[in-house]
Design a protein around this ligand. Structure first.
Ligand SMILES: Cc1cc2nc3c(=O)[nH]c(=O)nc-3n(C[C@H](O)[C@H](O)[C@H](O)COP(=O)(O)OP(=O)(O)OC[C@H]3O[C@@H](n4cnc5c(N)ncnc54)[C@H](O)[C@@H]3O)c2cc1C
Length: 410
């Protein structure tokens, strides 16, 4: 009699995710299968999971699916889920055939969506022939490894808030001289586009601006108001249009600090021509909802309007609300978020006491991170949120204000 053999369950999605090395305009797969961690998978017990999640039986059963992690009967199931997470292989380009520089904006030290798109575009050029992507930005390269950076050149942190494009242009010129990159990509943003033009003028080279598709042999952009497509062989200097390339997902590169023989930071000879060039603080409530990056939003669950106003001020967030609160006159009509209000695309949306009606959710489809505060665990807004607090909004608002003030004093 032969002994029973253990067979591992095949999870085609996990395998595919582990083999995906690039999701630029189209995903690419490694040829060799990558070992996924789907070994010794334990059987899930759906009844035990359901019992552990039951928080209330009357008048109708309610379940808190986050609780199954804590229950003894289901820790194995959660462990399996963790083990099943696809292992993303580290991509190492030890001896790059050539370099592609990505000069990032990194506004306020944050990696913007546009920055990630520029790295994705740079990867298309680098991966075509064994090249490496070198990111150039303020701050460390850690946050850029999963965006696709092989090497990183850190500009001084102090440069993040100052508007001195001459210094960045000098750094770009120094890098062009010392690294001889095959291409240099910039975001086609107000700052990135300005920098690219300065570098092109100083180097006496052509700039192909607003690239929308890119390959080793051809770059294209729109012209004549979008009615024509202009194609060209990729030039050395290019700016990348916003939202033309999908940021990479499921990749892990080194983002190793690059050792430079000569420093890129120029000395006092590169003095800013503008006398005063600091970013000015703006009143967040003066910003239009469609433009602001951080929104503090109130729904019918908010009654303490004084705390709501103070919290908005303390966070530096633009205040907004659901239709119910605008109808009630707590906020002006132009502050209404939703299908019949403003569709927003903030990076962070803090929703206090908002149920998450379909008309409201339609207004926040483009929001990156949603944080919901609601007393009802089953509110639709909580399902939409990346982070939730199941509590009374009137308690959380003053507690947050206290915390912010304490941190500021520290
Ligand atoms: C044609 C049409 C267009 C519409 N357009 C829009 C639109 O553009 N935008 C929009 O917002 N709505 C719109 N609506 C209205 C929408 O359907 C909802 O009625 C509205 O969004 C509900 O607002 P709300 O979530 O603030 O209030 P409610 O539905 O009353 O929800 C209040 C929430 O607060 C929670 N809560 C209660 N007390 C507390 C507390 N102390 N602490 C924390 N949480 C608490 C509750 O659990 C609940 O989830 C539209 C409707 C129609 C028919």
């Amino acid at each position: 009699m032969t002994s029973p053999q253990i067979r591992h369950r095949v999870d085609p999605r996990a395998e595919r995710a582990a083999r995906t090395i690039l999701t630029g305009q189209r995903p690419r797969l490694l040829r060799q299968p990558v070992a996924t961690a789907t070994v010794n998978e334990r059987r899930r017990d759906p009844r035990a999971i359901r019992d552990a999640a039951l928080v209330q039986r009357q008048p109708r059963p309610r379940y808190d699916w986050a609780r199954d992690a804590a229950s003894a009967g289901t820790t194995a199931a959660v462990g399996v889920a963790v083990a099943n997470a696809p292992v993303i292989p580290l991509q190492v380009i030890a001896e790059p055939a050539y370099l592609v520089l990505a000069m990032l904006d990194r506004p306020g030290g944050e990696v913007s969506e546009h920055d990630r798109q520029v790295i994705a575009a740079a990867r298309l050029l680098a991966d075509a022939g064994g090249g490496a992507v070198v990111t150039v930005a303020t701050g460390s390269g850690e946050a850029l490894a999963e965006a696709g950076s092989d090497r990183h050149v850190a500009l001084p942190d102090g440069w993040a808030d100052d508007y001195v494009p001459e210094r960045r242009a000098a750094a770009a010129a120094a890098l062009m001289a010392s690294l001889s990159p095959r291409h240099i990509l910039f975001p086609d943003s107000p700052d990135g586009g300005d920098l690219a033009r300065r570098v092109a003028a100083a180097a006496g080279e052509r700039l192909f601006a607003g690239v929308q598709s890119l390959g080793p042999d051809r770059a294209t952009r729109q012209s004549a108001g979008g009615s024509l497509e202009t194609g060209h062989r990729p030039t050395r200097l290019m700016t990348v249009a916003a939202d033309a390339f999908a940021p990479l997902d499921g990749v892990r590169h080194e983002a190793r600090p690059l050792d430079l023989a000569t420093p890129v930071v120029a000395g006092e000879e590169v003095l800013p021509r503008l006398g005063c060039a600091r970013r000015l603080a703006v009143d967040p409530d003066a910003l239009s909802l469609s433009e602001t990056d951080f929104i503090l939003s109130a729904g019918n669950g908010v009654t303490d309007w004084q705390s709501f106003a103070e919290l908005g001020e303390a966070l530096g967030a633009t205040r907004a609300g659901s239709r119910v609160v605008c109808d009630a006159g707590h906020l002006p009509r132009e502050r209404q978020v939703g299908a019949s209000g403003t569709v927003v695309s903030a990076r962070c949306y803090l929703a206090f006491g908002i149920a998450g009606a379909p008309q409201h959710l339609q207004g926040i489809t483009g929001v990156k991170h949603v944080i919901a505060i609601n007393t009802d665990l089953h509110a639709e807004m909580i399902k939409r949120a990346d982070l939730s607090i199941v509590a009374d909004a009137q308690e959380i608002m003053p507690a947050l204000i206290r915390l912010i003030r304490e941190r500021r004093h520290d």
